[in-house]
Design a protein around this ligand. Structure first.
Ligand code: GLU
Length: 411
């Protein structure tokens, strides 16, 4: 099963409980637009290379398409379609006025210099500028992209269309970005974790946590969970994994990772045998915060954490989801758990369009309120309908997107 089929399976499960007709199911299974572009740049050594870029606009019933751009060797049409669909449901669950999109380039950015990444990003904008726009489709960071890429996109788009900082979110704070955006996905993950524990009468203070993936989402999740009183006992990334049952000093781990390019060798704990071992730790909460498809049919039985909070997009395959559900594991689903990023993206968009700024406290407080409200809504639906939190989140999202589509009309 590929990533898009998996997403449609989750969607279909909720759609059948809602008794949606097959024609409506088909409507929401089909992205509104899929664009594939060839991106040719000159490398620093004078060679010419061509890369493949994608933008998929899944649904805009509730507002402009919205979603990140990912630079990764695994980016392919199915993955981008799946992630675009997840954005439609994510923006609806957290109730920000956007639809869903996603894009990416099939490339390992580690193979490119800074200047090559800039040229590639600018060529990508040249190829897709006529289908994006601040009221049409607003890209943002995703795996291996960040504020610098957004600055290039803003600059290149503005060369064609005139000054348009609202074209992207996740911009540098010095260039129309929002305070709190960089930490937002991790902050949302931490709030989601706290709310899920609370709903099961458990306390975040003293809860043990394992973090798989230590990039933007993993580092901020760990840091904010630790500040809430949780104990981060294991951290893993592509380079390796570390455990310390007394609690890892997260800020030191972040500093180490920045300096050495990965957690491998960190002296604030002992090394685990391999990078994936972190998934199977005996902890209260597991936060997969890297790529999709890491919890599979083959390893789901070995997951010991009673709570899995999906910081990454699509980390759990449907087969694994079923196994975990059977075991009684509470999965806090990606379309809610990592929605903090796009929530603060919506705050950034509002600030940019109106040319004013909110304080970091205002941003964090508004994010917190939305995360809590969405959790309560999902929890209520899950309890009422006796379904998983994932199915409940899809039910809430499909209800909102469906209502908007009906009110606007079909064409
Ligand atoms: N890439 C992030 C996500 O998957 C953020 C998207 C956005 O801010 O538009 O939710």
């Amino acid at each position: 099963m590929n990533a898009f089929e998996a997403t449609n399976l989750y969607f279909g499960r909720a759609a059948s409980i809602m008794q949606l007709s097959s024609s409506i199911v088909r409507l929401f299974e089909t992205p509104q637009r899929e664009v594939k572009v060839g991106l040719t740049i000159e490398m620093d050594n004078g060679d010419i290379r061509t890369f493949q870029g994608y933008r998929v606009q899944h649904d805009n019933s509730r507002g402009p398409w919205k979603g990140g751009l990912r630079y990764h060797p695994h980016v392919d049409p199915d993955e981008v379609k799946a992630l675009a669909s997840l954005m439609t449901w994510k923006t609806a669950v957290i109730d920000v006025p956007f639809g869903g999109a996603k894009g990416g380039i099939t490339v390992d950015p580690k193979d490119l210099s800074h200047a090559e990444q800039e040229r590639l990003t600018r060529v990508f904008v040249d190829k897709i500028h006529d289908i994006i726009g601040p009221q049409r489709d607003i890209p943002a960071p995703d795996v291996n992209t960040g504020p610098q890429h957004m600055a290039w996109i803003y600059d290149q788009y503005s060369k064609i269309h005139g000054h348009t900082p609202g074209i992207v979110t996740g911009k540098p704070v010095d260039l129309y970005g929002s305070l709190g955006r960089e930490a937002a996905t991790g902050r949302g993950v931490a709030i989601a974790t706290r709310q899920a524990l609370l709903a099961m009468n458990k306390d975040i203070v003293g809860a043990t946590v394992a973090i798989q993936g230590f990039g933007n989402v993993g580092t901020w999740s760990a840091s904010i969970l630790a500040s809430m009183g949780a104990r981060i006992v294991a951290i893993g990334d592509a380079s390796g994994a570390v455990r310390n049952s007394d609690g890892i000093d997260v800020e030191r781990a972040i500093a180490w990772t920045k300096k050495h390019g990965g957690i491998h060798g960190f002296d604030g704990g002992h090394s685990l045998k391999d990078a994936t071992a972190v998934l199977f730790e005996d902890v209260d909460v597991l936060v997969p915060a890297a790529l999709g498809g890491v919890i599979t049919r083959d390893n789901a039985r070995d997951i010991r954490a009673p709570f899995v909070v999906e910081g990454a997009n699509a980390p759990t395959t449907p087969e694994a989801d079923a196994i975990l559900h059977e075991k009684g594991t509470v999965i806090v689903p990606d379309i809610y758990a990592n929605a903090g990023g796009v929530t603060v993206s919506s705050f950034e968009w509002v600030q940019t369009l109106q040319n004013f700024t909110w304080t970091e406290e205002e941003v964090n407080e508004k994010l917190e309120r939305r995360m809590i409200k969405a959790f309560d809504t999902i929890w209520r639906v899950a309890t009422d309908k006796k379904v998983s939190l994932r199915t409940a989140a899809f039910i809430v999202a499909i209800g909102r997107v469906g209502k908007a589509r009906v009110l606007r009309g079909l064409s």
